[in-house]
Design a protein around this ligand. Structure first.
Ligand SMILES: Nc1ncnc2c1ncn2[C@@H]1O[C@H](COP(=O)(O)OP(=O)(O)OP(=O)(O)O)[C@@H](O)[C@H]1O
Ligand SMILES: [Mg+2]
Length: 603
């Protein structure tokens, strides 16, 4: 499983996507982002101004008492603070809308992007990790926008206001503050940058941990049957330990390096602020209230800067978490519709492989391609059986035809049209495919069968189930067609799952049928019954039928024997039997086996 670190491109993509969501609702977004900032001015920066006025009044009166001007200032104090609170409520009102709509759109988008990925992608990524990443991507939109509204803009806007006020007293006051802050930033920035790497490693460790957990749980029956709970716990434990190590490294860096180095400068800035306020009041003839304003503004602003690393940390971790999702899309999918892809229209339904070279990307054997110069012509409506030793490439050929994988060179044609020049969806619509290990949705049997045709009526579904001999067992279930089949169809037996998959394929109006060991989990007796259903399915269609059990394909028009990526025999059952080849060998072997079996049963 490849786990790449996050690249700049992925981070930029997150920013672009989030920005695009904000731009869809410019007014609401602007109010959501800046109203809390103006609220903060009234809540945090105006009160010191009013208190300074009160102090100046008391100093000039040389006594503290509730005179009319004092009462007026108190009323103003209450009024402005209240307005500040109202601005916050307005900001949050719009923020909720912008975030809800953004999360909604990004959730849908991420799901569509994921399901649009190709076969290779899903063989290289853990489902658990994909679920985590695609959940974090929309969720962190909320986190990031919250941070910008509550932390970034509600700090920046009041700071601009504060600088303006301080400037009125003397340009030196903000100048000293800015100088101190610049020194602070200069010290902090390289440390912040160093953290980025640590955070990325921590995220990577977390993803691996989540992926491992889901892999163990997906295979829980294997784990249990081998009594390997402890072994799985040990592997998972190692992932947890790595994550803990990275977590500690990141936190220690923050506390022991960053905060330890930077915190004395915060203290110093505030001391300088207090001294400056007293000096300026003394030397520039400012009122004593100025000390209150200058000191509280210095304290507020340095507090904001003290929090900057925390704000930065939150933004960075949310965005890098979201970027784990966009990272999956940095490399374009290996299999894509070409720009001028057209919709496949099948008139006859012939299939041709010409000079196809193919090997799996992670195949250890570098030299020869697995399929090399592979050619095959299947005429329209021909029913072709594909047999051969395990690992010979039978399933690979079906995957090439369905364009789950692309050949390195050579071409595949359906009805004379190269499958690279037609849309993947139109190609797959024309092919009814029953895979080697059919999986079902955790939905009712009804929905699982209806998946082949959204418009199917209840009668159509029951008819298909009858042909596939699924109707018998379904009717015996307490909830019949409404039975939920468990994750991946786990509550059904292998043979039952296959029968449901065949019923589902029967409903699909396709002109090409591909069956990959579609009846392998059935006993010979049940298979015999289903054969009729399969003939019905294949009637007037081109069919490619893979089977280990030769009796399954014996009656087909043509049989291909595939060994190690090469067609070693091609002909009808009778022709192949008469040849001294792999097929005859397999046939006599299986016939022997069934003879042994019947002898065994008879005795
Ligand atoms: N996703 C994959 N990545 C790498 N190698 C693969 C992948 N899928 C299959 N292979 C390899 O390709 C070869 C052919 O596999 P394929 O599934 O086509 O065989 P098969 O003839 O269908 O076998 P079986 O009869 O057991 O189903 C095997 O050696 C297999 O290990
Ligand atoms: Mg196979």
């Amino acid at each position: 499983m490849s786990e790449k670190l996050i690249t700049k491109k992925a981070v930029k993509q997150v920013l672009r996507d989030y920005w695009a969501e904000l731009r869809l609702r410019p007014w609401q977004s602007t109010i959501a982002l800046i109203a809390p900032g103006f609220g903060s001015i009234l809540v945090f920066y105006v009160p010191p101004l009013i208190i300074a006025k009160l102090i100046d009044i008391f100093v000039s009166q040389q006594r503290v008492s509730f005179t009319l001007p004092v009462i007026r200032y108190i009323v103003l104090f209450a009024f402005l603070w209240l307005i500040g609170e109202i601005l916050w409520r307005i900001g949050i009102h719009f923020l909720t809308r912008v975030e809800a709509l953004g999360i909604n759109a990004l959730s849908k988008k991420s799901f569509a992007l994921l399901t649009g990925k190709d076969y290779d992608f899903f063989t290289n990524n853990f489902v658990g990790a994909l679920v985590k990443k695609s959940t974090a991507y929309p969720k962190n939109f909320e986190t990031v926008i919250d941070i910008f509204s509550f932390d970034v803009f509600s700090s920046v806007i009041p700071i601009i206001f504060a600088f303006f006020i301080l400037w009125q007293y003397s340009p030196w006051i903000p100048f000293i503050l800015i100088t101190c802050l610049f020194i602070l930033i200069a010290i902090a920035l390289p440390l912040i940058r160093k953290r980025i790497k640590l955070v990325a490693q921590r995220h990577d460790a977390l993803s691996k941990m989540v992926g491992q957990r889901s892999d163990s749980l997906t295979n829980i029956m294997t784990v249990k049957s081998f009594a390997k709970e402890n072994y799985e716990a040990k592997i998972f434990g190692e992932h947890v330990n790595l994550y803990t190590k990275k977590f500690k490294e990141t936190a220690d860096f923050q506390n022991l390096r960053y905060d330890t180095i930077v915190s004395p400068f915060y203290v110093l800035t505030n001391v300088i602020g207090l001294i400056a306020a007293i000096l300026f009041t003394q030397n520039l003839g400012l009122t004593p209230g100025t000390i209150v304003v200058v000191f509280s503004y210095y304290a507020n602003i340095t507090r904001v800067f003290w929090g900057i690393s925390k704000i930065y940390r939150s933004i960075e971790s949310s965005i890098s978490e979201a970027a784990e999702f966009t990272q999956l899309f940095v490399d374009p999918p290996a299999i894509q519709d070409s720009i001028d892809a057209v919709v496949l229209k099948v008139e006859k339904g012939d299939i041709a492989f010409t000079d196809v070279d193919f090997k799996y990307s992670d195949n250890k054997v570098d030299d020869d391609s697995f399929l090399s110069g592979f050619s095959l012509d299947i005429k329209a409506k021909q029913k072709v059986g594909l047999v051969g030793p395990s690992g010979g490439g039978k399933t690979t050929i079906t995957k090439l035809l369905l364009r789950f994988i692309d050949p390195e060179s050579g071409d595949i044609f359906v009805d004379g049209q190269s499958i690279k020049k037609i849309t993947q969806s139109s190609l797959r619509r024309e092919i009814a495919y029953v895979p080697q290990e059919p999986l079902l949705f955790h939905r009712s049997l009804f929905e699982n069968i209806a998946y082949g045709d959204e418009d199917a009526t209840k009668e159509d579904i029951i008819k298909a189930a009858k042909i596939a001999h699924a109707d018998e067992f379904i009717n015996q279930l307490p909830k019949g067609y409404e039975t939920l089949v468990g994750e991946r169809g786990i509550k059904l037996s292998g043979g039952q799952r296959q029968r449901v998959a065949i019923a589902r394929a029967l409903l699909k109006k396709a002109s090409i049928i591909v069956l990959d060991e579609a009846t392998s989990s059935l006993d010979s007796e049940s298979e015999k019954y289903i054969q009729e259903g399969l003939w019905e399915l294949m009637k007037d269609k081109t069919a490619l039928v893979i089977a280990h059990r030769l009796s399954t394909i014996k009656h087909l028009d043509r049989i291909l024997v595939l060994d190690n990526g090469k067609i070693v025999q091609d002909g009808t059952h009778d022709e192949l039997i008469s040849q001294d080849g792999l097929y005859a060998k397999l046939w006599s072997h299986q016939a022997g086996e069934s003879k042994e079996l019947s002898d065994y049963v008879l005795n």
